[in-house]
Design a protein around this ligand. Structure first.
Ligand code: TMP
Length: 213
């Protein structure tokens, strides 16, 4: 069997450009002959996509913070079992649009649950499993919300939360990066797409010991 693949997660607030950057990174890694799987959370497996629909649409207050943390965690466990772990075992690299840091930032810091309950949920769902590298795309809240509002219909439940919520989760992501500098790289996402892409390739090259063109 092939050696175990690598697991890279992209994180950040609304409108940070994660999806675009994920595609560019996937293309760059594929050009090096790496077998890449691109996936997302909440979602990434049939069951988790069904849970996603409950989370990203509807009234902003439809779930209590604890229920919301549990739903994201349930979706994550299904995604890991059905998609992420089998791919890594097959030697593929998995690039994931959001992962457990989003639960810490959005539900822990943004909705005010705090770190401890989220850490408990992560222990149950993940055990010791962690990403090899987490890229946190950082952007001023107002810029991100403006970009995000231009793009999608329906899946906007979190975008509609108040601006202080978005400030708390931006600070939350930066705090996560400060606590775990070996795993997390903060990328300034206010720059043009090409500059952000270059910063991401640099982080992947240096931290995962791979040459990308
Ligand atoms: P997306 O916009 O990146 O597709 O993500 C969907 C929304 O879900 C986004 O607004 C962030 C939110 N989210 C959480 O609140 N907690 C989580 O654990 C995850 C994975 C996403």
């Amino acid at each position: 069997m092939a050696g175990r693949g690598r697991f890279i997660t992209l994180e950040g607030g609304e409108g940070a450009g994660k999806s675009t950057q994920l595609r560019l990174l996937a293309d760059a890694l594929a050009a090096c002959g790496i077998d890449v799987v691109v996936t997302r959370e909440p979602g990434g497996s049939p069951g988790a996509e069904q849970i996603r629909a409950l989370l990203v649409s509807g009234d902003t207050g439809r779930w209590s913070p604890v229920t919301e943390g549990l739903l994201h965690t349930a979706a994550r466990r299904d995604h890991l079992e059905r998609t992420v772990w089998p791919a890594l075992d097959a030697g593929r690299w998995v690039l994931c649009d959001r992962f457990f840091d989003s639960t810490m930032a959005y539900q822990g810091y943004g909705l005010g649950l705090g770190r401890e309950p989220i850490e408990t949920l992560q222990r149950v769902a993940l055990g010791d499993f962690r990403p090899d590298l987490t890229l946190i795309l950082d952007l001023p809240v107002e810029t991100g919300l403006k970009r995000a509002s231009d793009r999608r219909g329906g899946e906007d439940r979190y975008e509609r939360m108040d601006v202080d919520f978005h400030r708390r989760l931006r600070d939350g992501f930066l705090d996560i990066a400060r606590r775990e500098p070996a795993r997390c790289a903060v990328i300034d996402a206010a720059h043009p797409v090409e500059a952000v892409q270059a910063a991401i390739l640099d982080a992947v090259t240096r931290r995962l010991d791979v040459r990308v063109p």
